[in-house]
Write a protein that binds this ligand. Structure first.
Ligand code: CTP
Length: 468
């Protein structure tokens, strides 16, 4: 494995740990990722001795200015060098007394340290010691599991998951990122222990959800979350999308699987996490708005509005940021039907202007979402939609070039109106501002100062105002 230790820091660590007489090893994600040929920016070093001392000595040797972050409580130290994060930790062993859940943590061997890791593929280590530099230490056949694409715990899964229940979610996340299967015994243990996730912080849970969402094919993860019943626990609103109801000959699509299709579609087009969240949440209010109407069948009227109103509570519940990102997701959910509605009628300039005005700088993302929302299996229908979206996109470009509504600022401000008519802030100011905006959107006037000024005078006159 020497070929994988080409980074010059490895031989420096090796020299220093040799002098300190504390054997050291590269371990965990870095080893897994080099074997999988995935890029990796974190290197974990485990030391049979003081990780903190080895980190400090290594950093000092590399460059006196490197800042080493020391976490004495955990016996770890880390520093960043040439964009790579190095983390050092002393090998540990945990044992449990019968009468307490709190483990006794003591110094351990490399084998002890590997035993307490989450998965066989994450327990691989490479020696940095003089006598066997570059040798792979793989007590649980992690290499074979990498070859066979298997996620499996090194010890009895119940014990591994009991040490840190988040690992159940990590198993699903790795299975999604790597397109691996979770070994049956390991998956059974996840099934049995889902309730234990309740002791894990929302922040750690949503970190894993985000990694699933950012994977190449996120549906793998959501199907596993569903199968293990974790979905209902951490994200009941998504779980509620499942199922099909039939009355007479009237049926509707399963909105859970439709949503996953849309999420996979968008993942092919964009790495924007929040656009992917918008895809996941675009139909979230379908269960809440579902109705059976005698002459029409199943309807979900207003699900885009109700859905966008549900976003803040969902973001709070999952501990997602309550900021611009949340507003962006709510906006896309609210607007997600508009381009489809447009493409089905003859597309008027005014309708395009209104869409541009509301979507603003997110119009391109909205179009991507709408195109991803096509999940029909009817090729004719799909072609019609795609073709119509092409027309909408073309029109969007034309209108935007002409009217510049994407970053629209009113050409006449409230200040201008008050000065012109010598009035104080009042209802009339708002009425005139809205009238100007509507006139621009309806194409009655062009989006420029002089036409808006004339329109303001006209409107003011109708309201009995006289310019000073
Ligand atoms: N680890 C563990 N149990 C956890 C988290 C981490 O056993 N709950 C171990 C694994 O050996 C893992 C290593 O710590 O490989 C580093 O953890 P981390 O940096 O969180 O994950 P990576 O495996 O490096 O993967 P990623 O960066 O994608 O999260």
């Amino acid at each position: 494995m020497k070929q994988y230790l080409s980074h010059p820091v490895f031989s420096i660590i090796s020299d220093i740990s040799n002098k300190m007489n504390t054997p050291s090893f590269v371990i965990g994600g870095f080893v897994r990722d080099i074997l999988l040929k995935r890029p990796s920016k974190d290197i974990d070093i485990v030391v049979l001795g003081s990780g903190i001392e080895l980190a400090e000595k290594t950093a000092a040797h590399l460059d006196r200015n490197i800042k080493v972050h020391v976490f004495r409580n955990f016996g770890t130290a880390m520093f960043s060098y040439n964009d790579i994060e190095f983390e050092f930790v002393g090998a540990r062993k945990e044992s449990y007394r019968n009468n307490s859940r709190k483990p006794i943590v003591e110094d351990g061997t490399i084998a002890d340290d590997q035993n307490r890791r989450d998965f066989t593929i994450n327990a691989l280590a490479i020696s940095l010691n003089k006598k066997d530099y570059g040798q792979l230490i793989d007590p649980f056949n992690g290499i074979l599991d990498i070859e066979n694409k298997i996620i499996r715990t090194p010890l009895e899964p119940e014990n591994t998951f009991s040490d840190d229940p988040l690992r159940m979610l990590r198993a699903i996340r790795f299975a999604t990122q790597l397109s691996f299967d979770i070994e049956t015994n390991t998956f059974d243990a996840i099934n049995k222990n889902t309730k234990r996730l309740s002791i894990i912080s929302k922040e750690r849970i949503v970190d894993e959800l985000n990694k699933i969402i950012l994977s190449q094919k996120p549906s793998i993860g959501f199907n596993l979350l569903d199968k293990s019943e974790i979905l209902d626990m951490v994200f009941p609103q998504l779980n509620a999308l499942k199922g099909i109801e039939v009355i007479g000959k009237n049926t509707h699509k399963d909105n859970f699987y439709h949503t996953l299709e849309v999420l996979d579609n968008i993942a092919l087009k964009s790495d924007n996490l929040w656009l992917r969240w918008a895809a996941l949440l675009h139909d979230i209010a379908k269960p809440a708005t579902k109705k059976f109407e005698k002459d029409i069948g199943w309807t979900f009227h207003g699900h885009e509005f109700v859905g966008s109103k549900m976003i803040p509570a969902i973001f709070r519940q999952l501990s997602l940021p309550l900021n611009e990102k949340m507003k962006y997701v709510a906006k896309l959910v609210q607007l997600h039907l508009r381009p489809i509605a447009l493409s089905e009628e003859s597309v008027t300039d005014s309708a395009i202007r209104r869409l541009l005005f509301e979507a603003r700088e997110d119009i391109d993302d909205l179009m991507l979402l709408c195109e991803a929302d096509i999940s029909s299996k009817n090729a004719k229908k799909v072609n019609r939609y795609i073709n119509n979206f092409r027309i909408v996109r073309k029109k969007l470009v034309e209108i935007e070039e002409k009217d510049r509504l994407r970053n629209w600022q009113p050409p006449i401000s409230g200040e201008d109106i008050m000065k012109t008519f010598n009035i104080n802030p009042s209802h009339e100011v708002g009425l005139i501002k809205t009238a100007i905006r509507e006139a621009i959107l309806d194409g009655i006037i062009n989006n420029n100062y002089s036409e808006a000024y004339e329109y303001m005078l006209e409107k003011g006159k109708k309201l009995g105002l006289i310019p000073k």
